[in-house]
Design a protein around this ligand. Structure first.
Ligand SMILES: NC(=O)NC1=NC(=O)NC1=O
Length: 244
């Protein structure tokens, strides 16, 4: 089985970290290809960053179809381009936010999300609503750190994330924590050790969900809104994206 794990931002060190987290849980016989677009934001911290990153995600899905990938993970907590990506393939496409929230809902009656920037809190709240997770997702918190601080061990990001996870445990009645950034994937075990709760990293959760769906011989529905895109010309610099 071949799974393409797409980091929608353009920071290679984060892509490598995400790839390592994916490989750590992948089953024998599952090959992980971790990639990021060559163009786009170095980090995704706003609606604008997310919107621009989607074209790079879709480029990687289109390339993955030619590479005969068996499934895809979108490894940014905003799940950018998830539905558009699903239109491009019959294979499963799983976002790390949806994966982590669903897994957390199977482990605790309430979970909190701990993400990076305060301004991305609402994005995670909207995802919880859209995924039907509001009954489980008690609160979305932020460590208020720039995403790329996660690439700097001296930034103090780990301590700020752990402090916010402790507040979630003690104040939100959270039975589990969802890590709200693909760049936190390498911190999962250390955080869980510090706070004594299940901590769910969306990269790992998404990889296992793709494996499960492929093993069930299931894939993205092509009936209705997730059917292949409507054939039409796209003009200008997006002409190469014209659906056939
Ligand atoms: N909430 C987030 O921090 N989302 C993210 N921004 C990135 O660049 N990667 C993420 O996972």
């Amino acid at each position: 089985m071949k799974i393409k794990v797409i980091n929608p931002n353009t920071t290679v060190s984060m892509t490598q970290k995400i790839g390592a987290a994916a490989r750590a849980v992948a089953s024998p016989g599952t090959d992980i290809l971790a990639v990021n677009p060559q163009s786009g934001p170095v980090s995704i911290e706003s609606h604008f960053d997310e919107a621009v990153s989607v074209v790079g995600v879709l480029d990687e899905i289109r390339r993955g179809e030619r590479e005969n990938m068996d499934g895809y993970v979108i490894a940014c907590f905003g799940d950018p381009g998830l539905m558009a990506a699903r239109e491009l393939t019959k294979k499963p496409v799983i976002g790390i936010a949806e994966a982590a929230m669903h897994v957390a809902s199977l482990l605790a009656t309430r979970f909190s999300v701990v993400t990076t920037m305060n301004r991305t809190i609402v994005i995670a709240e909207h995802l919880a609503r859209n995924y039907g997770m509001e009954a489980f997702c008690n609160k979305v918190r932020a460590a208020d750190i720039p995403v790329l601080d996660l690439e700097d061990p001296a930034s103090g990001a780990f301590g700020r994330i752990v402090d916010e996870c402790r507040r979630a445990r003690d104040e939100d009645r959270a039975g589990a924590i969802v890590l709200g950034c693909g760049g936190m994937a390498d911190l999962t075990d250390a955080i869980s050790h510090e706070i004594g709760l299940p901590v769910i990293d969306g990269v790992s959760a998404a990889v296992k969900l793709v494996e499960a769906i492929v093993s069930l011989r299931l894939g993205t529905s092509k009936h209705g809104d997730l059917d292949y895109p409507i054939a039409k010309p796209f003009v200008g610099r997006f002409a190469y994206l014209s659906p056939e």
